[in-house]
Design a protein around this ligand. Structure first.
Ligand SMILES: Cc1cc2nc3c(=O)[nH]c(=O)nc-3n(C[C@H](O)[C@H](O)[C@H](O)COP(=O)(O)OP(=O)(O)OC[C@H]3O[C@@H](n4cnc5c(N)ncnc54)[C@H](O)[C@@H]3O)c2cc1C
Length: 402
């Protein structure tokens, strides 16, 4: 049996941030995760509140069970400041205003509202020149222009005759190419000095994952302009960059990271007493027993695999081995029209002000169990454009308590 101070179950945005917070407090923490969670799909910007109102006004207008309201405006401000520091330390600085939305251009020519975003995606300063990659599947620069003035020049890059570069490539394939030395050379040669006037070069978010900072700086030096990226489709290099930065920071702080394992929790009268961890696939494998004073449940709700749908339409929490009260019935699982948001995807535990899951009467399920991210209910991250912000503030509070 392994004895620890804390175990975090889940390796998405919420689990990684919670584990980092716990480790920063000098506690021995192990993160166990079956998969990578949503981060490989994450478009990059941190969506806190799509509607754009300031934090105090937003928190006051929300229903009483909303995690922003339960945890409070001060916690959200502190969590955003923490994330800015954390990402700067990890080499992927996020910038922006905690109180008001900025924006990032999308491939559909819209402005996606967001509070914090990677520096490389901050809106262009001054006139921009857009770059079209050859054979690129994930967006057309001429369409992106609609998010700007609509009159920006577009530079169409071409592959060498007979070369396969770019043929049918999506963002992920381009990022893998540009992470290589030949890939970096390819783009640096094409975006040198023969460019139309403009202060900013605006490209799709494909400038590598591992080498993105170095390549961005090299491109700025070669072109004599600021280099910025527009938002793309999943699988998304900015999401992979964020995951890489957070995993790196967690490892640096000594978090014991165990990927590809499934956890189940066993509770008793005094709280969660044990965590059993089995490798995936689990058939015939004996589990490893972990003991910890505290546990953070960051298992991602229905999209993250923390909840599964039972035959009768009810939701089961696989990690705690219990049903999620109040989330059953078809009507609650599906919206009333085909494209209405499905309430089940927003299902999760209500929490108290210390981010502990509570029962219908508001009592903690276990005194030493905390929850973060989509394991928490009471909000609809997709409709509100609040998924990243709620994951962050719940992880910040849970990781500060666990
Ligand atoms: C396509 C897409 C794009 C998005 N883009 C953005 C964006 O650009 N900006 C933004 O702010 N938000 C975005 N969101 C929303 C945001 O990604 C999520 O709200 C947030 O990342 C959820 O994080 P999480 O850690 O709670 O869950 P997840 O990322 O789903 O992580 C859950 C983790 O728990 C693990 N797990 C579950 N059960 C167990 C178990 N029993 N044992 C071990 N491990 C377990 C999973 O394997 C996984 O590691 C996007 C969502 C989607 C679907």
């Amino acid at each position: 049996m392994v004895k620890l101070d804390s175990v975090v179950v889940g390796g998405g945005l919420a689990g990684l941030v919670a584990a980092i917070r716990v480790a920063e407090r000098g506690r021995r923490v192990c993160l166990v995760a079956e998969g990578q969670g949503m981060l490989p799909l994450f478009a990059g910007p941190l969506a806190v509140w799509g509607a754009g109102t300031g934090i105090d006004a937003m928190a006051a207008a929300l229903s009483p069970g909303h995690p922003y309201r339960v945890l409070g405006a001060a916690a959200l401000r502190a969590a955003l400041a923490f994330f800015r520091d954390l990402t700067r330390r990890a080499g992927l600085p996020y910038v922006g205003d905690a109180e008001a939305n900025g924006w990032v251009p999308t491939p559909l020519g819209r402005r996606y509202p967001c509070r914090l975003l990677p520096e490389r995606m901050a809106p262009p300063q001054g006139p921009a020149v857009l770059v079209q990659l050859p054979g690129f599947l994930d967006g057309v620069a001429r369409r992106v222009r609609a998010a700007l003035t609509g009159a920006e020049p577009v530079v169409e890059l071409e592959a060498d005759r007979g070369s396969q570069v770019g043929t049918g490539w999506d963002s992920d394939r381009w990022a893998r190419f540009l992470d290589t030395a030949p890939g970096a050379r390819w783009i640096l040669e094409r975006l040198g000095d023969r460019l139309p006037p403009g202060d900013t070069l605006l490209l799709p978010a494909v400038l590598g994952v591992e080498g993105h900072e170095a390549l961005g700086r090299a491109l700025e030096a070669a072109s004599g302009r600021q280099v910025r990226e527009w938002m793309g489709w999943p699988p998304s290099p900015p999401g992979a960059r964020l995951r890489r930065a957070l995993v790196g920071e967690a490892a640096r702080l000594g978090v014991d990271l165990r990927w590809g394992v499934r956890a189940t929790l066993s509770g008793g009268p005094h709280g969660i007493e044990g965590v059993t961890v089995v490798p995936k696939p689990a058939e015939g494998t004996r589990g490893v027993e972990l003991r910890a004073e505290t546990v953070v449940l960051a298992t991602g709700g229905l999209p993250g695999g923390g909840l599964v749908v039972e035959r009768d339409g009810s939701l089961l929490d696989r990690t705690l081995g219990r049903g999620l009260a109040g989330a059953g019935s078809r009507l609650r699982l599906f919206g009333e029209t085909p494209f209405a948001a499905a309430p089940a995807f927003a299902a999760g535990y209500p929490i108290d002000g210390r981010a502990r899951p509570v029962d219908a009467s508001g009592r903690p399920l276990y005194p030493n169990l905390f929850a973060a991210g989509r394991a928490v209910g009471g909000y609809d991250g997709d409709r509100e454009a609040s998924g990243g912000g709620v994951a962050l503030v719940t992880a910040f509070v849970a990781g500060g308590e666990a």
